[in-house]
Design a protein around this ligand. Structure first.
Ligand SMILES: [Zn+2]
Length: 517
């Protein structure tokens, strides 16, 4: 007697780092930063990239168009409410995309119907049918999300899904919008919907879980057990409130426990850590040290008994190898004799994928840096890339801080977004206080500091100071990061990183009233 093992189910990874993730406090990205991230996501092997919500802001429209022009292999998706205006904005943002998808959403739960939409059941069904059909007439690949699906009456949810499928949706997403469900509950819901809704077997069911109770990844995996074949997730789990399901955890869960789930993804897992680190830098939000898969301690073994076991057999305490998820085994150092190929390879390992012309510019900067210092470390390369990405904002040209007497005094020289030079001097209770006062005066941005942390990153000759700032500005939170050999300069860079972020956010007309699926 032989047992036939069915081939593993392919689960699509739908990445929403640039939409749900970017929408969360302190995680805003400029269109050019989104393009850098989108390239890394394509290289990681995600099936769908949600690039933004075109009707919500000019910046989202610009980013979607920029990404659509360049990425031809990955499905590019934009979010849209069920209105003719949103659908039109979505179609325009996807113009020229090789594989466009429109992601329509409408709330279905009684709470949302009554208090947010002020619509009855019939009106919701009618809006779903009309909007899906209208979008489908313009773009072939349509996804529909029943917002707050997990708190919707099951009979009504089934009706909505049937209506969306009949109108032409090829993907049906059942989001746990408020992070409320449990693994057993969501698994059962997917099983019942797929078994009973007319047409359900001809479409892909998708899960989108939030982490309010710390269950987003567990619930996503349970939904796959229930028949979901697309997972909506984000790198490092960034997203509204407590975030979305973390892409790296879902993917490695399926990989490490492949025999249990009998499912797999198309992700190149060796790109996970570079992509995670790139995002941490782009949004200035580091992950906690003990974060699964991508945290600094995820593969560290300090306890003596663990080390002893590890030396005999790695499997004693390790279920995956650091290299499987892209942790570098050693630091590579570049120098004057390093060629363009070596620089390109190192940048790839850091998550940056460059076009020929961009590489040319970075290589020239690299050569100039080699004139000043003997070796070039990862942090130097990251600083070069950071300078390029933030070229639209304020940049630090020079600074001096003196702490003689009882008042500290700081002088800063900046270039403003138009490239003009600014000088400003201020005094304060200490060097950092004086420095921040001078920066505030020079930029005209008055930040209220929520937290300020300085710590060391890297080892030996590569050790740098990294400063992390959180501020509140007009009711919104912003984070920023700066790295330098000198911690005072790192603090200035972090301050400017925050200021540039909030100036960008202020320019983009973000509408926080807009709901999300
Ligand atoms: Zn969401």
């Amino acid at each position: 007697m032989s047992t036939i093992i069915p081939s593993p189910a392919q689960v699509r990874i739908f990445d929403t780092t640039l939409r749900d993730g970017e929408q969360s406090p302190g995680c805003s990205m400029s269109p050019s930063q989104k393009l850098v991230m989108a390239r890394a996501l394509a290289e990681l092997g995600v099936d769908v990239i949600e690039t933004g919500f075109p009707a919500s802001s000019h910046s989202d429209r610009e980013a979607a168009a920029l990404i659509a022009r360049e990425l031809r292999q990955t499905t590019l998706c934009v979010l849209s409410r069920c209105t003719p205006g949103d659908i039109e904005a979505s179609v325009r943002a996807l113009e020229g995309a090789a594989r466009p998808r429109i992601h329509l959403f409408l709330s279905t739960s009684p709470l949302h119907r009554e208090f947010k939409l002020r619509m009855g059941r019939e009106q919701v069904l009618e809006a779903v049918s009309r909007s899906v059909a209208a979008a489908r007439a313009l773009v072939e690949d349509i996804e529909f999300s029943a917002e707050d699906a997990l708190r919707t009456e099951e009979d009504f949810l089934a009706e909505v899904i049937a209506e969306a499928i009949a109108a032409g949706a090829g993907t049906i997403n059942l989001p746990d919008t408020v992070g409320y469900t449990t693994p057993g509950e969501i698994r059962g819901l997917f099983e019942r919907m797929i078994a009973h809704v007319p047409g359900a077997r001809d479409v892909v069911f998708s899960t989108h879980c939030h982490n309010d109770l710390g269950l987003a990844v567990a619930n996503s995996l349970a939904a796959i057990e229930g028949g979901a074949r697309q997972v909506e997730c984000s790198v490092n789990g960034i997203g509204e409130r407590a975030g979305n399901a973390a892409l790296e955890e879902v993917v490695m869960g399926l990989k490490v426990r492949g025999a249990y789930f009998n499912a797999d993804t198309a992700i190149d897992t060796a790109r996970i850590v570079p992509t995670s680190q790139l995002l941490q830098r782009l949004v200035g939000m580091p992950v906690q040290r003990n974060k699964a898969v991508v945290g600094a301690n995820a593969f560290a073994h300090e306890a003596g008994i663990h080390q002893h076991g590890m030396l005999r057999h790695r499997g004693t305490y390790e279920i995956m190898r650091p290299e499987d998820v892209g942790w570098p085994s050693s630091q590579m150092v570049l120098g004057r004799h390093s060629g363009r190929a070596a620089v390109e390879q190192r940048l790839r390992a850091l998550g940056y994928l460059l076009e020929e012309a961009e590489l040319e510019l970075v290589f020239a900067d690299f050569k100039a840096l080699c004139e000043k210092q003997r070796v070039v470390h990862d942090s130097d390369l990251q600083a070069l890339m950071q300078d390029g990405a933030d070229s639209q904002g304020y940049r630090l040209a020079s600074m001096t801080v003196s702490d003689a007497g009882h008042r500290a005094r700081a002088t800063v020289e900046l270039s403003d977004p138009d490239g003009d030079r600014l000088f400003e001097t201020a005094e304060g209770d200490g060097p950092v206080d004086a420095l921040f006062a001078a920066l505030a005066r020079a930029t005209g941005v008055d930040l209220t500091l929520e937290s300020y942390q300085v710590h060391s990153v890297g080892l030996g000759a590569d050790a740098r100071g990294e400063a992390n700032l959180s501020v509140r500005y007009e009711g919104e939170d912003y984070d920023g990061t700066g790295t330098s050999k000198d911690i005072i300069e790192a603090s200035a860079l972090a301050w400017l990183d925050v200021a540039n972020r909030l100036l960008r956010a202020r320019d983009g007309v973000k509408n926080s009233e807009l709901a999300e699926a």
